[in-house]
Write a protein of this length. Structure first.
Length: 458
């Protein structure tokens, strides 16, 4: 467990103790109920949902409501501003920023793959050490990168621009590109109130990263059938009725009960985003290459403290520095070595392969990891959060059925579907986004409208 778990994590850990006490007292039917099903009942709606206890329902309701309302990032004056969103959307697909002219953010963060790339590890100008994470719902995080090496979305965005293996640019190149391309220059002026040529290159680089952040903040994953089920439970509907109204499958309900119960998954994958936003060692290997370990969170803490763009630095637009509380208090200890960020579990159906190094190809492989876990590999000085689960094949299928419901768009009327982004100039991406059935989030739509006065496309 991370050293300073947020209050939310502590509260949920307390809830878990209650849950486990319930299990010990025999109020849980996990495992036993699975075998009691009549043949052919798996997947039917409403079967055995009555098995959810009040404690289960309470734990499930904590994974919402969804979506989480937008709040502007006070450290980024461009956050939530339509002109900045429009500029960020253009920059996101602009290969002209890269040293080689061949790579853009969208090369690795492909909309049709939930803003991932389908590879084990990202490849830009050269290959990277880590898996490309989804950008959907990124606005809800407070540490960025698998190691949390940045404390804001905008500070993170500078890294891929400059990293020689990703886009290999420098401040001067980015500033020149923004000033030279009429559409970008026009949007920059609208977003930041002055032409890019008037500011020093470093400033334009950071502003470009802030506009990219304003755009990434509009990437919401949309409501799922899980959210419909959860909301019905939150309204106090009986589980069987809630499941049938939401179209929530019975095997997924059993998987969900395992998730919040015996599986103890929500010890770390908690809250609406199914992540506590912190860092843990779950016993995955952490070699970036033979003989070269990936230090994970230990390196991330050192990086964020040394970063001139961190929230304590001069580039934050939050004069109060209230947003910098976590940064001020974070400190590295040796146990952070090999810890990685707890990822969201929403939208996983499009984001394989999994884990910080893309070392597991399927969700079945992930569950096998948790089932067969090598406890000797785990940090000896940490709390024993994980035990090998020894899942039966049926339990594995039920957990998979549950995880799938976190990717299945809600069918409720008026619900905003997943992947609600449309990118200019990427025909393939825009096309496949259409098939997701995307409705625009208001911020995305406002961003597009705002760019209308500026010239389009280089
Ligand atoms: C070569 C592939 C590649 C390119 C190009 C790329 N990214 Fe990424 N992105 C990654 C990888 C890999 C990570 C994980 C990095 C890490 O953990 O160190 C990542 C992480 C991120 C994150 C952190 C997400 C999180 O949940 O922590 C953000 C935000 C992000 N990228 C935005 C961008 C933006 C904006 C651009 C363009 C300026 C960009 N990326 C270009 C591969 C890429
Ligand atoms: C101790 C905290 C913790 C617990 C408990 C936990 N996880 Fe995780 N989970 C993590 C971390 C950390 C990672 C990323 C590890 C890495 O990349 O090396 C992860 C990764 C995952 C992933 C891969 C997601 C992706 O995008 O790559 C899935 C799926 C997942 N966990 C599901 C579960 C399930 C199901 C359970 C319960 C059986 C569970 N987790 C229990 C911390 C936890």
């Amino acid at each position: 467990m991370a050293h300073r778990p947020p209050a939310r994590a502590a509260a949920s850990a307390a809830a878990l103790v209650v849950l486990l006490a319930g299990a010990a007292a025999g109020s849980f039917a996990i495992g036993a109920s699975g075998t009691a099903d009549p043949p052919g009942m798996a997947g039917t709606i409403g079967a055995h949902d009555g098995d959810l206890t009040a404690e289960d329902v309470d734990a499930i309701v904590r994974h919402g409501p969804w979506p989480v309302a937008f709040e502007p990032d006070r450290s980024n004056r461009a956050s939530g501003r339509p002109a900045a969103v429009a500029l960020g959307r253009r920059l996101f697909v602009d290969t002209g920023l890269a040293r080689t002219g061949t790579v853009s953010c969208a090369s690795c963060h492909r909309p049709e793959l939930g803003f991932t790339d389908g590879r084990a590890r990202g490849v830009g100008i050269e290959g990277l050490d880590r898996n490309t994470p989804s950008l959907l719902d990124a606005r809800l995080q407070h540490w960025f990168g698998w190691d949390g090496g940045s404390d804001s979305l905008w500070a993170f965005n500078v890294r891929p621009l400059l990293d020689p293996r990703e886009m290999g640019a420098d401040a001067v190149r980015v500033a020149r590109r923004v000033a030279a391309e009429p559409g970008l220059a026009c949007l920059y002026r609208e977003a930041f109130g002055a032409p890019p040529g008037a500011a020093p290159a470093d400033r334009v680089l950071v502003d470009a990263a802030k506009a990219l952040a304003a755009f990434v903040e509009t990437l919401d994953s949309g409501r799922t059938v899980f959210d419909d089920f959860r909301d019905a439970l939150a309204r106090g509907e009986p589980p069987a009725q809630a499941a049938s109204a939401a179209g929530y499958p019975a095997d997924a309900t059993r998987g969900l009960r395992l998730f919040v119960g015996r599986g103890r998954c929500n010890l770390c994958h908690l809250g609406p985003q199914f992540s506590n936003g912190e860092f843990h060692d779950i016993g995955r290997p952490f070699m970036a290459a033979p003989g070269r370990p990936d230090p994970g969170r230990l390196g991330g803490i050192r990086a964020v403290l040394a970063d001139p763009l961190n929230l304590l630095g001069a580039h934050s637009d939050d004069a109060s520095r209230a947003t910098a509380v976590r940064t001020r208090h974070v400190a590295a200890t040796h146990r952070n070595f090999g810890e990685f960020k707890v990822p969201t579990l929403r939208g996983l159906s499009r984001t394989a392969p999994y884990m910080h190094d893309g070392s597991l190809s399927t969700l079945r492989d992930v569950l096998r990891h948790y089932s067969e876990l090598d406890v000797d590999r785990l940090h000896s000085d940490g709390e024993a959060l994980l035990v090998p689960l020894r899942l039966t094949p049926r339990e594995t299928d039920e957990l998979l059925a549950f995880l799938a419901t976190l990717s299945t768009p809600s069918t409720a009327r008026g619900s905003v579907a997943a992947g609600s982004a449309e990118l200019p100039g990427t025909v393939g991406a825009a096309d496949s986004l259409g098939t997701v059935g995307a409705a625009d989030s208001p911020r995305t739509a406002a961003g597009r409208a705002s760019g209308e006065a500026c010239p389009t496309g280089p």
